[in-house]
Write a new protein. Structure first.
Length: 133
């Protein structure tokens, strides 16, 4: 956790050993971009390498959404396997006035059984922009 209350680390989604859905969230501090962007060229959410626990792909698909005060909750895609890179340029353009943006991974189903079925990612958000002079 840094001084800006942003959290960086693993995001986990799936179900637990009692078959309760687990929705994962990660938040990025984007407050420094508020008054500093002349042009946004691209923004990519890379969920990073996938680490499955149990049989998480049986809880698929995973719905990926962006959440911020300007966006509300906006769907950005569906995850059906371990690959997880999303173009979030449009979402980030709309969220530039916000202090933070969250990304949420929510499983569509649970995999019945007495085992945890989860997927873990270490996400990064890459934003390419032209700063104001």
């Amino acid at each position: 956790v840094d001084e800006g209350n942003s959290w960086y680390g693993a995001i986990i989604a799936g179900d637990d050993e009692h078959d309760h859905k687990m929705t994962g969230f990660v938040q990025f501090d984007i407050s420094s971009l508020k008054n500093n962007v002349t042009e946004l060229h691209s923004a990519t959410l890379n969920l990073g390498p996938c680490k499955p626990i149990g049989l998480p792909m049986l809880t698929q698909p995973f719905d990926i959404s962006a959440v911020s005060s300007s966006l509300g909750t906006t769907s950005i895609g569906t995850l059906k396997d371990c690959s997880g890179e999303f173009n979030v340029s449009g979402v980030m353009f709309k969220a530039l006035g916000d202090n933070s943006v969250q990304f949420m991974i929510r499983p569509a189903n649970v995999h019945p059984g007495n085992t945890a079925d989860q997927i873990t990612y270490t996400p990064t958000l890459t934003i390419v922009y032209t700063p104001k002079p």
